[in-house]
Design a protein around this ligand. Structure first.
Ligand SMILES: *Cc1c(COP(=O)(O)O)cnc(C)c1O
Length: 417
């Protein structure tokens, strides 16, 4: 039997795929003819590329668009597209050293580079911070016998989820006006608690008082969003105290510009943590650490990015995002028709129009410029500065023009008194 060409290098097909990458150039109207049930007969790879380009690339939201600022999802550098292609071709599994001789080393290396920046000494990659948070709380429970998780009302839903999965009580504490954890509401006795502090809350980007690290049996810092600020000499101070945590979660697919799914869980004492969260198995040559079984080579993409840019290059891109957020926040603060939510200082800008209904205002903005957020039952708009190429002047102009000309949206529909 000749080899099956589907598993062989097809330069023509791959070149075509690369040519199609600029999806904004993909023409053809959206197709709505996906088979309702599993097709018996395949179309063949070449036809599928053309067929899917119209939808996958033609109907996508482009996070590198000049107005894209709605979510914590960044555009990704092209080096990661290239390495992702290599990864798909190799399909390495870090669970098995034999299938991933270099990929395991790559992940170990990026963890060894990043963990010390947070005062941690090791860890591993996870598909996201939701899993990183779960893993950290698992270690906290099994190493320190914690019975409850204490976190603010602005903490991420993955903290409650992890507490539920692990059978731990969840104790919610209060926040101040800017959504940072209000230390006055902390229980006095935290000796059986894992305290979770957030560095960059998801809704408004607030940083909890990180000097509370060390007050509980275990302190975990959820730095999914704002963690990368420690790489910038200009902004590092905003996270000072994080190095006293027992564990830190960081989403590389947020402010480290990685394709999903890419995140890290890091531990102050990773040998101890690994002993609590590892399992051996008859078919395994090395213990399985953490929640995942099969584990892909996302570390190679992160390695490529860190090698391409260095710490300074990465910091420069984050600082550019911070400059953009600053300018947008300054504009909003100074505009009588707009109200700024207290700035959390991590590139998340939350605001609302003072005399137009928020939902109608949002609907009139270009899609992808802002997302909606509900704070204390009231609607707000949120821009996240994750796109270094956002055209901030144009976005400010767009918002300004809408405030000026939005009388058609009506006013006084909701009271902002
Ligand atoms: C995004 C986010 C998470 C969840 O991270 P994923 O990578 O989406 O799983 C957790 N905590 C905070 C503060 C976040 O912003």
């Amino acid at each position: 039997m000749p080899p099956d060409p589907s598993f062989e290098l097809n330069f023509e097909g791959l070149r075509r795929a690369v040519d199609l990458l600029d999806g904004r150039a993909v023409s053809g109207s959206p197709q709505h003819d996906l088979p309702a049930s599993l097709p018996d007969t395949g179309l063949g790879e070449a036809a599928v590329l053309e067929r899917l380009a119209v939808d996958v690339l033609g109907r996508a939201a482009y996070l590198d668009a000049s107005h894209a600022m709605a979510h914590m999802d960044p555009p990704t550098p092209w080096i990661t597209w290239a390495v992702a292609l290599w990864n798909a071709r190799l399909n390495q599994n870090l669970l098995h050293p034999a299938t991933a001789p270099f990929a395991r080393e790559a992940e170990e290396r990026v963890v060894a580079w990043l963990a010390p920046v947070f005062g941690m000494n090791g860890g591993h990659m996870t598909p996201g911070s939701s899993v990183a948070n779960l893993t950290a709380l698992w270690a906290a429970r099994d190493l320190r016998g914690v019975k409850k998780v204490v976190a603010s009302s602005a903490s991420h839903l993955s903290i409650r989820k992890a507490a539920r999965i692990l059978g731990l009580a969840f104790v919610e504490v209060g926040v101040d006006q800017g959504h940072g954890l209000d230390r006055a509401t902390l229980p006095v006795d935290l000796s059986d608690a894992c305290l979770v502090l957030t560095a960059g809350t998801t809704t408004v980007g607030a940083v909890d008082p990180l000097d509370c690290c060390g007050r509980a049996a275990w302190t975990h810092v959820d730095a999914a969003w704002a963690g990368p600020l420690v790489l910038s000499a200009r902004y590092r101070d905003r996270l000072s105290g994080i190095e006293q945590a027992d564990s830190v979660a960081l989403s590389a697919h947020k402010w480290l510009f990685q394709p999903k799914e890419s995140a890290l869980v890091m531990f102050r004492n990773s040998e101890a943590a690994n002993s609590a969260i590892s399992f051996g198995g008859a078919y395994l040559a090395a213990p399985n650490i953490g929640v995942q079984g099969s584990h892909g080579a996302a570390g190679v993409l992160l390695l490529a990015t860190l090698l391409a840019w260095g710490r300074e290059g990465l910091a420069a891109r984050i600082e550019r995002c911070m400059d953009n957020a600053r300018r947008l926040a300054d504009f909003i603060a100074a505009h009588p028709g707009l109200e700024l939510f207290p700035d959390g200082g991590t590139g998340v800008v939350v605001f609302r129009p003072t005399s137009h209904p928020v939902e109608a205002f949002h609907a009139a903005l270009p899609q992808g410029l802002a997302s909606s957020a509900t704070i204390d039952g009231h609607p707000w708009l949120r821009c996240v500065s994750a796109n270094p190429n956002a055209d901030i002047d144009k976005n400010i102009e767009t918002i300004e023009a809408l405030v000026l000309h939005a009388s058609g949206l009506g006013s006084g529909v909701e009271s902002l008194a």
